[in-house]
Design a binder for this molecule. Structure first.
Ligand SMILES: NC(=O)c1ccc[n+]([C@@H]2O[C@H](COP(=O)([O-])OP(=O)(O)OC[C@H]3O[C@@H](n4cnc5c(N)ncnc54)[C@H](O)[C@@H]3O)[C@@H](O)[C@H]2O)c1
Ligand SMILES: O[C@H]1[C@H](O)[C@@H](O)[C@H](O)[C@@H](O)[C@H]1O
Length: 335
């Protein structure tokens, strides 16, 4: 296959950054068509990139003008387009979370298994971030002993429209996935506590929240989510091992002397913090599709992450510690 022809559904904030990277930075693929519930806006995006605007995502996915699909709609609408791609037998990259309900993720897993071939990759891009990869290499080297505790922070400048379930199910789901990948084990229990709520939280949103996870071997993790921190985008991860402490590197920004102070700017949002991770993630997805395989986070990883998130949500709503139960991984997903 020469160039992979991609149809993208969901021309919002991240959808547009993915069109930009695939068409102007990466190699071997082009987004040739797009669709969105907001048809007029979709047309303006299509015009900007000189690609075709479709009125229906499903029709675009079924069409033979498209080889592969990218889904970047809002979370509740991922399932319908992922299912349409599976039905059409096409590779599909779906932004995280795979779906906001564990049952919906399970339906996708079942549909993919019934199709007889892995087609789905989930957008857990932190697995491709050079910083997290440095942590993984250091842990796997064994030089510092076993990881005992992880202290993590995930702060967003703001989060319009967020409800109380979203810090876990939309935001900390990144940590749920990447820490499971980093440590190579599943979780055993979850707990979520509420510190004092910020005056910047909209409506009923409880923000910040702290999620505690324990792994099967007993590693203890705390993740602070503060989605209205009002100073920038801040992602931190410290892994405390038996004989050493590993810290996620922060992006290198020049220190500036100005106005009687020394300032080191930090990122404003995900697009500034993780551009390399998104580029590596997509280049590797494109290459794998062209070689006829999926080698990134699978539908099973998407399902497992949402099972964990739902347990954490239950823990949050009941203010108790909840034990997490996973189904056994089907052979279909074993590498
Ligand atoms: N990996 C990351 O770091 C990262 C970063 C940002 C967003 N995301 C994920 O990407 C997705 C989109 O987020 P966003 O920030 O771009 O949101 P957004 O609101 O900017 O864009 C969402 C788009 O989906 C469209 N849409 C809604 N319902 C639809 C439907 N039924 N059919 C077709 N289109 C529909 C909307 O019109 C909008 O254009 C979310 O799932 C989010 O969790 C991931
Ligand atoms: O959808 C976004 C995205 O996944 C970001 O990476 C995360 O920091 C935000 O909290 C989330 O709302």
């Amino acid at each position: 296959m020469e160039e992979l022809k991609i149809g993208l559904v969901g021309t919002g904030a991240i959808g547009r950054t993915h069109i930009e990277r695939i068409n102007n930075t990466l190699q071997g693929a082009k987004v040739v068509g797009c669709a969105d519930a907001n048809v007029d806006f979709c047309k303006s995006v299509a015009e900007k990139y000189a690609i075709k605007a479709w009125e229906s995502g499903e029709e675009m996915i079924a069409s033979d003008e498209i080889d592969a699909v990218v889904v970047t709609t809002l979370d509740p609408f991922h399932e319908q387009y992922v299912m349409a791609a599976i039905k059409a037998g096409k590779y599909v990259f779906c932004e995280k979370p795979l779906a906001p309900e564990a049952d919906a993720c399970k339906r996708i897993v079942e549909a993919e298994m019934a199709a007889g071939k892995q087609l789905v990759q989930v957008g857990f891009m932190r697995r491709y971030d050079p910083g997290y990869n440095q942590l993984k290499k250091a842990i796997d080297s064994g030089k510092y002993g076993l990881p005992l505790m992880l202290h993590c922070v995930h702060r967003n400048y703001d989060a319009p429209g967020f409800t109380t379930s979203m810090p876990v199910e939309n935001s900390m789901i990144h940590e749920i996935d990447v820490l499971r990948w980093l440590l190579g084990e599943n979780y055993k229990t979850a707990e979520v506590v509420f510190p004092k709520t910020t005056r910047n939280a909209e409506g009923e949103l409880r923000d910040p929240q702290i999620m505690y996870l324990t792994t099967e071997s007993g590693v203890r993790i705390d993740v602070e989510s503060f989605v209205n921190c009002r100073y920038g985008y801040d992602v931190r991860c410290e892994v405390v091992c038996e004989e050493g402490c590993l810290n996620l590197p922060e992006p290198a920004n020049a220190m500036i002397r100005t106005n009687d102070s020394r300032v080191t700017p930090i990122c404003h949002d995900w697009s500034e913090r993780f551009p390399e991770a998104y580029n590596i993630e997509f280049q590797s997805w494109i290459n794998a599709c062209k070689e006829g395989r999926v080698d990134g986070p699978s539908a099973w990883d998407g399902y497992t992450a949402q099972v964990t998130a739902k347990a954490a949500s239950k823990a949050r709503d009941t203010q108790s510690v909840v034990e997490i139960k996973y189904d056994a991984m089907p052979d279909f997903y074993k590498k």
